[in-house]
Design a protein around this ligand. Structure first.
Ligand code: PNS
Length: 162
């Protein structure tokens, strides 16, 4: 049987416990999960792409079937290059659905062979987003339990030393 490889793409600025939950669920279905950080020169992220990759690696330590990487350009091209069979996306609420459907159908149009698999995170993370985490941390709020420890420390370094 060939290895079943899933690509879990995203901005991950920064990775949250919601992302980790989805990655762990994906590991139950796929042999290998590649967490792929988009390098998008048009966006101004809080963490640069190398730091985002570092934080993901530190947050997913011990998961030997996970690979962390970054990519530029079209996601379907990256999926093909990695011999992936599916794109994993988390669906938190109905509000995610329209954007996710649009992206999944566009990716299918670009490459018929790539499927998108939607997974629901645990309900405790259904309200969680990287944007919210950054906002809370920027005002000195507690993000314990919302993000992995390495991310919590990195946010403290930025906002408490600002
Ligand atoms: O975490 P995000 O920001 O919701 O992730 C969005 C991401 C990275 C999955 C999406 O922007 C993407 O795949 N970008 C790569 C460019 C691409 O392939 N665009 C066409 C797909 S609609």
């Amino acid at each position: 049987m060939p290895e079943r490889i899933a690509i879990c793409p995203g901005t991950f600025d920064p990775i949250t416990n919601g992302h980790v939950d989805i990655i762990d669920r994906s590991l139950r279905i796929f042999d290998r999960v590649i967490v792929a950080v988009l390098i998008n020169p048009q966006k101004r992220p809080l963490f640069d792409s190398n730091r985002r990759v570092e934080l993901i690696k530190a947050s997913l330590e011990g998961r030997d079937r996970v690979v962390v990487d970054s990519f530029q350009g079209l996601l379907v091209d990256y999926v093909k290059k990695q011999k992936g069979s599916a794109i994993i996306r988390g669906l938190r609420a109905v509000s995610d659905f329209e954007y996710e459907l649009q992206m999944a159908l566009m990716n299918r149009r670009l490459d018929q062979d790539v499927e998108t698999v939607f997974m629901m995170p645990s309900e405790e993370y259904s309200f969680l987003s990287s944007t919210m985490v950054k906002e809370i941390a920027s005002f000195g709020g507690r993000v314990t339990g919302l993000v992995p420890e390495p991310v919590e420390r990195a946010l403290k370094d930025i906002f408490q030393n600002a």
